[in-house]
Design a binder for this molecule. Sequence first.
Ligand SMILES: Nc1ncnc2c1ncn2[C@@H]1O[C@H](COP(=O)(O)OP(=O)(O)OP(=O)(O)O)[C@@H](O)[C@H]1O
Length: 210
Amino acid sequence: MRNKDGEIIETRVSNAALGVRRQPEIPPRPLHDPMGEHAIVLFDPTVDDREVEREEDERQKAQAEEEAKLKAGSKGPHKSLAEILGLNKVKKREIEKVPVVIDPRLSKILRPHQIEGVKFLYRCTTGLIVENAYGCIMADEMGLGKTLQCIALMWTLLRQSPRPGKPTIDKCIIACPSSLVRNWANELGEFLSTEPTYRGYMDHPQLSSD
Ligand SMILES: Nc1ncnc2c1ncn2[C@@H]1O[C@H](COP(=O)(O)OP(=O)(O)OP(=O)(O)O)[C@@H](O)[C@H]1O
């Protein structure tokens, strides 16, 4: 296509058929209902959301890319329907965060001091207490149920994160004396019944791996 002076005008083919319905946007949902009975919320995006450096970088990069695309596309004389309707506008926040809620099987049985313990563990290990500091030591008295609290934390991190559908961690290693491996296996089986796949390795020449 040329203008009245005979110069070539760059044009784009949108390939978008008119009348195509937009895909419905399903809002992201947490794995467990934060309003359910016994629900224990470890991360509430309305209260705890703090954009960490990495996320901010990602968002700025995505925004810059999107803006560059829009600029490049706006050279031609024609605007697409999406542009006219403002559907191409850069979204301010790419990822909508969801609450992280303890598995109801565990929240039903956790005792009050254990709930506080798991909340503390979660906040420490996900850097919600001190920025860029991940980890903590739990030193409850004997028999207060440290194992169950660690199982609740581990299970939550393996299954959930504020990013919908994504776990916080992929693997978890329990380093303990070989005499306690069976105990961990029993407690995992007892509190989480069927689901977890775990493997116990005993670092002892006479003991076979379990
Ligand atoms: N909320 C709970 N509901 C049912 N049983 C529980 C609960 N919390 C702990 N237990 C049980 O109480 C017992 C003691 O808990 P556990 O051994 O985990 O305590 P601990 O703090 O890890 O102890 P230790 O310091 O001796 O290692 C275990 O048999 C565990 O299954």
